[in-house]
Design a binder for this molecule. Structure first.
Ligand code: DGT
Ligand code: CA
Ligand code: CA
Ligand code: ZN
Length: 576
């Protein structure tokens, strides 16, 4: 643990003591120690190793703090600090990250309003509860709201897969213009289609490594979108783009391409397990190839790596060391996982009848361009006033237009009548049965009351799922990646209710949602659930999101059979 980290722990301790209302003496002791350590010229690890007594000569460090420093250096933690941390609600520490909020304000907000998370604080500000607290006012409230949105923006270091994918495609097509590049691929979490991406990893092979590496590196480092070059060597360069995304590019020999692709695709735990198996077989796997003693026996193709340890090819989406290796060793073969080309239609979309950007006609043309057999228009129900939800009159007008368009585009596409009906607080649906029974597709979604208690939320969702007209449970957790936390409820019970009532579970393909999240997909599949992968399109470009939903489904081990919209209309709807 370095000085910086120790200093920030002490700083945090003083903040916690301050929020708790501990003695000023103690609060200041920690605060001072934090500052001193931040500016201390020697590494505390060296001091502890050589002569821990010297710590007491540092101004502001007494015996108590000396012992804590030794404990932190030696064990990486500090018992008393951990205790202290547990003594206040976790969210309060998060509040301190908001610019302009010190322990005093956090304490007042917690004490008077019982606010203990950033989300709750945001709500309190929006309801103008903060301005009446002692020492605060309208301005404080506005400042806090502004700081909260900045915090959300800047604290998200992981990128949406769609953003990373766009950048990766752009850099690859730029690099392909360099004559010395033989092959180029992206690896890492992007190739595994993880829902968020830390950085982009690119592999390049060259015709002649000795001659070409330098040219390739030069070409890469001259990419116009680069904000800063973090490091650049003979075979590796790391840069940050103006968009804030980091790219690591590596140049490798073509004979090692497979081994490097495997290594840099990861994830790390998957790699480690594969290498362990190889070791037991007397082989060594590295990013350069498969070796027997000194001799490289394979590694040009990625399949070589799996073959060498007795495994069938494992698709990148599954490489998480989550049972894929054991499954492959045992079964020698994987199921055929769903692919984008299996999708026959989209069952969740919006038009200008509610909050969509495009007209029904424009959306129809966009879905025809996808080559689909059908799509469902599912504009919002009336309770969603903020997104211009439809009244009963609106939806009847829409049905008329759908009938006309269906005549016009007969043989090209079939438009299904649908609605994204809001789940109300008590679990009832926001359209009367008379409307619901006339619809082909009813997506039930919770957009409000995201903060009900675990029990209430579970009951609310199950009540909605039990409604005989419910067909698809839309974006089940309600999360927005990097923006809004998922609702809290008993996922297993909700999945079971869907299975029992033949309600399909949505895999919402919007890169901001990816909801149901991949970690629950396999659980739901094992419980016998059926899925719909749809895009929730609000514009004519968004039908393209479908691939992200399919990636997510593959990460959840889904095959074509698990997903209803791989079948024609008339076939899948019997499930409802
Ligand atoms: P990210 O960037 O955080 O979204 O996730 P990754 O998986 O792309 O991670 P990254 O960029 O740090 O590294 C790319 C791959 O390189 C990773 O998936 C596996 C491999 N790798 C990196 N560090 C290690 C390591 O220490 N051991 C092993 N066995 N593999 C590693
Ligand atoms: Ca990465
Ligand atoms: Ca990386
Ligand atoms: Zn929607």
């Amino acid at each position: 643990m370095d000085n910086k980290k120790i200093s920030s722990i002490f700083q945090e301790m003083s903040d916690i003591l301050d929020i708790r209302g501990d003695s000023v003496f103690k609060i200041n002791a920690y605060r001072k120690a934090g500052l001193v350590i931040a500016n201390f010229p020697y590494d505390l690890r060296d001091v502890v190793a050589k002569d821990p007594k010297q710590l007491e000569n540092i101004p502001g460090i007494g015996k108590g703090l000396k012992d804590k420093i030794i404990e932190l250096v030696n064990t990486g933690k500090c018992e008393e600090c951990d205790q202290l941390k547990k003594s206040i609600p976790k969210g309060l520490l998060e509040l301190l990250e908001i610019r302009g909020l010190g322990p005093k304000k956090v304490k007042a907000i917690y004490f008077h309003l019982k606010v203990k998370s950033i989300n709750e604080l945001k709500e309190a500000c929006e309801k103008h509860k903060v301005r009446d607290l002692p020492g605060m006012g309208e301005k404080t409230e506005n400042d806090i709201l502004k700081a909260i949105s900045e915090h959300a923006y800047f604290s998200t270091k992981r990128h949406l897969i769609s953003e990373a994918m766009q950048e990766a495609k752009r850099i690859i097509s730029y690099m392909e213009k360099c004559d010395d590049v033989k092959r180029i691929e992206y690896a890492g979490s992007l190739r595994r289609r993880q829902e968020t991406i830390g950085d982009i990893d690119i592999l390049v092979t060259v015709k002649n490594p000795k001659k070409s590496s330098e040219t390739v590196m030069k070409h890469f480092n001259s990419y116009r979108e680069i904000l800063t070059i973090l490091s650049s060597g003979d075979t590796k360069s790391s840069v940050v783009l103006q968009s804030g995304i980091q790219i690591d590019l590596r140049v490798i020999a073509d004979e090692s391409f497979g081994a490097a692709m495997h290594y840099f695709t990861g994830n790390k735990d998957h790699n480690i397990k594969i290498r362990d198996i190889a070791k037991r077989k007397g082989l060594k796997i590295s990013e350069y190839g498969v070796f027997k003693g000194e001799k490289m026996i394979s590694g040009q193709k990625e399949e070589d790596i799996f073959k060498s340890v007795g495994l069938p090819y494992i698709i990148p989406e599954l490489r998480n060391n989550n049972g894929e290796i054991e499954y492959g060793l045992k079964n020698k073969k994987f199921p055929e996982f769903i692919e984008l080309k299996d999708i026959k239609g989209d069952l969740h979309s919006h038009t200008t009848y509610s909050d969509g950007d495009a007209s029904l006609l424009e959306m129809t043309k966009a879905f025809i361009a996808k080559g689909y057999e059908y799509f469902a228009v599912t504009d919002h129900s009336s309770v969603m006033a903020i997104v211009n939800g439809m009244s009963t009159k609106d939806i009847q007008r829409q049905w008329k237009e759908i009938d006309e368009l269906n005549k016009k585009f007969k043989g090209k596409i079939k438009i299904l009548k649908g609605c994204e009906v809001d789940i109300l607080k008590d679990g009832s649906l926001d359209f009367n049965d008379d409307v619901l029974k006339q619809l082909d597709i009813v997506v039930i979604s919770a957009h409000m009351y995201g903060t009900l208690s675990f029990e209430e939320q579970t009951e609310r969702l199950i009540t909605a799922i039990e409604n005989p007209y419910a067909k698809i449970l839309g974006h089940p957790t309600g999360r927005l990646i990097n923006k809004r936390a998922p609702m809290e409820f008993d996922m297993e019970r909700v999945i079971e209710a869907c299975v029992k009532n033949h309600v399909a579970i949505e895999i919402n393909s919007s890169p901001l949602r990816l909801d149901l999240p991949d970690k629950f997909i396999k659980i739901a599949k094992d419980k016998g659930a059926k899925f719909v992968i749809d895009t929730d399109s609000h514009s004519i470009e968004q039908p393209d999101f479908m691939e992200y939903g399919v990636f997510n489904a593959r990460r959840g081990w889904l095959t074509k059979d698990d997903v209803l919209n791989t079948k024609s209309f008339g076939k899948f709807d019997t499930y409802f």
